[in-house]
Structures are given as structure tokens and as C-alpha cells.
Write a new protein. Structure first.
Length: 336
């Protein structure tokens, strides 16, 4: 089939090709205004809707999105700060709501994780699973060493299986807290170590406490009174962390040597226990008080020895603690 235009015969496919070429030329000369519209904001508060613009000295040449033709305006009439802010807002508005919501969730999770794992030194955080840790300084580097429970005939323990034991209120009873070995596995190289404690009071086996033997549950103490530092004596190759005596009336009395210390609550359920004065070289332990008159016979032992070798498996600072700065705006690309 042939078409005759001005006495020139062309085929159908040639006519279609010519139409496509003409459409492409028109499209390149006049880009769609609505999908690419931007704003040049003037100092009087009005604006010009444009698809693109060019700055030539003191004049700004722009393609009007409304009229579809090139126009000019003096550069001095353009409010460039307002124009730039509008462009930034337009770029931010292109972010999908799902992505914004995901960023909020990730930020909330990050803050919650940091609350469970407080930072105790640059690049060094407490683990979120809890436990009892000693903040040491070895060769000018802060380190966290985990303390394990120790006591008579106690060989192994995990943080999720805290053992508790106390004397039953029998007349004239005395029990000594003996720790195997002459030295604790963990040794502090500083005289004022900080101890970080996060032990659930409901974990482990309950202890029988005088005055509360029916329920078998000790009276809950505030964090500032629940944990204490004990000075341990070394006798005959063993360490004695003290004794607990029970009078005829059933009243218990601890015969341990407590060290004066301060206890401060932290985020994530942690408690910071710090001696008020430097500790002399020797053996110590962290004791859990069970009620006002009871004490857990299983303690967390440590020593103080500046010349001791480094603690094995100690947590060390990360080389660079990177935290996402979600509150900072993203870098904007320069306008072409």
C-alpha cells in the first residue's frame, strides 16, 4: 500500500519512521514539564516553575515549565538560599515512607542495644547478656574481665545458672565460706577497679533465709545494698571469704570483712560497684546480700596484683567504635 504526499511516494513503514523521528525531536526540545518541574524562588516571595536553568553572568536563563519556552531573569532577583532549601526538601520527599519507618526502627533498636550495653571506656561496652565484670587497666589499655562464681565444691557456673545458698536457721550454726586455691583466676592490675554487675535476682536456686523460711525467697534489696566487696584471707593454701553465724534466736550475722564501696545504678539493669579507697594487694570477692541478714555463700572472686600476667579472654576495646549518625542529614549532590 502506497501513500502520495506532494507527489512523493512513500511506504507505510517509511511514514511511521518519519513520524517517530519528528516526535523524538519534539520531545528533546521540550521535555515534560510536570515530571521535571523545579522552582526558582524570587526575592519577592514568588517563584518560576522551570524544568532546567543556566546562570550566565548576571542573567539566569530558564526553560519555563508553564509556557514551554526559554526566558531570562536578572540573577539579583533570585533568592538562592530559598531555592536551595526547596531543592533539599524536594529530594527528601522522594524517600519512601517505608524507608523512613525502617530507619526509625533501626535507630530505636540501636538505642535499646546501647542501653543494655553501657559504654565503660572508649570502644569498650558491657555485653547485653549480663554477668559480673571487672574493669581493669593493663599496659594502659582498659579491659573487661568476667568474674565467675566460686565456693565450696563449686567448679563450674554460667551466667544463666546463678547458684545461691545460705545457712538454715539452726541454733549455734557457723559456716565458713572457703574458696579453692590461693589466688583468684582474675587479677586486677589497678588498685581501684570498677565492678559492673547485672544479675537477675530471680535467677538460680533460691536460698533459705531466716525469718522467711516458708517462702524460701530473700527480701529484695535495692541495688545500692545488694552487692558488697569482701576482703578474703589466705590460709593454708585456701581463701576464706568469711563466715556466717547463726545465734540461738535464729538471727544470722556475717563475719566477713566488707570493703567500703559505692553502688550506682546504670542503664540496662547494670550496677557499678566501686571501692571508695584504693585496695591493697590481695584477694577479694563480690558477695550478694540475701535480705538484710543473709548472704549468698557462693561469691565472685578476684584479686588485686599490679604485677600479675594479663587476664585471659578479657574483652578489649574495638579499634574504632563506629556508630551510625542517623541524626545527620545525608550529603546532597551539587546541582549540575
Amino acid at each position: 500500500m502506497l501513500f502520495r504526499i506532494r507527489s512523493v511516494s512513500v511506504s507505510a513503514w517509511q511514514l511511521a519512521a518519519l513520524a517517530a523521528l519528528l516526535l523524538a525531536c519534539c520531545w528533546s526540545q521540550s521535555p515534560p514539564a510536570k515530571s521535571q518541574a523545579r522552582r526558582l524562588i524570587l526575592k519577592d516571595g514568588s517563584y518560576q516553575s522551570v524544568t532546567k536553568y543556566e546562570v550566565h553572568g548576571g542573567r539566569v536563563r530558564y526553560f519555563s515549565a508553564e509556557r514551554g519556552e526559554w526566558e531570562e531573569v536578572p540573577n539579583s532577583l533570585i533568592d538562592w538560599d530559598a531555592t536551595e532549601k526547596f531543592e533539599q526538601g524536594r529530594a527528601q520527599s522522594k524517600i519512601a515512607p517505608e524507608a523512613v519507618e525502617l530507619d526509625k526502627q533501626l535507630e530505636a533498636e540501636r538505642r535499646a542495644e546501647q542501653a543494655r550495653s553501657p559504654q565503660v571506656a572508649p570502644g569498650l561496652r558491657l555485653p547485653d547478656e549480663g554477668g559480673i565484670f571487672l574493669l581493669d587497666t593493663y599496659q594502659n589499655q582498659p579491659q573487661l574481665a568476667e568474674l565467675q562464681q566460686s565456693g565450696s565444691e563449686l567448679e563450674k557456673n554460667t551466667k544463666s545458672n546463678i547458684l545461691r545458698s545460705a545457712i538454715n536457721p539452726l541454733a549455734g550454726t557457723k559456716q565458713t565460706i572457703e574458696l579453692p586455691g590461693a589466688h583468684a583466676r582474675i587479677q586486677s592490675h589497678t588498685a581501684v577497679p570498677s565492678l559492673y554487675i547485672n544479675i537477675d535476682p530471680n535467677e538460680g536456686a533460691p536460698a533459705v533465709i531466716p525469718g522467711n523460711a516458708k517462702s524460701g525467697e530473700p527480701e529484695q534489696l535495692p541495688p545500692s545494698e545488694r552487692f558488697k566487696i569482701i576482703r578474703v584471707e589466705v590460709k593454708g593454701g585456701k581463701r576464706i571469704a568469711g563466715a556466717v553465724k547463726t545465734a540461738v534466736t535464729g538471727k544470722m550475722k556475717s563475719d566477713s570483712h566488707f570493703v567500703t564501696a559505692t553502688a550506682a545504678p546504670m542503664t540496662g539493669g547494670w550496677v557499678k560497684l566501686t571501692p571508695t579507697e584504693p585496695l591493697t594487694a590481695g584477694e577479694y570477692a563480690v558477695a550478694e546480700m540475701l535480705g538484710k541478714e543473709g548472704m549468698n555463700l557462693y561469691v565472685w572472686d578476684f584479686g588485686v596484683n599490679p604485677s600479675a600476667p594479663p587476664n585471659a579472654s578479657a574483652l578489649k576495646p574495638e579499634s574504632a567504635e563506629t556508630q551510625p549518625k542517623t541524626d545527620q542529614p545525608a550529603d546532597l549532590k551539587k546541582r549540575e
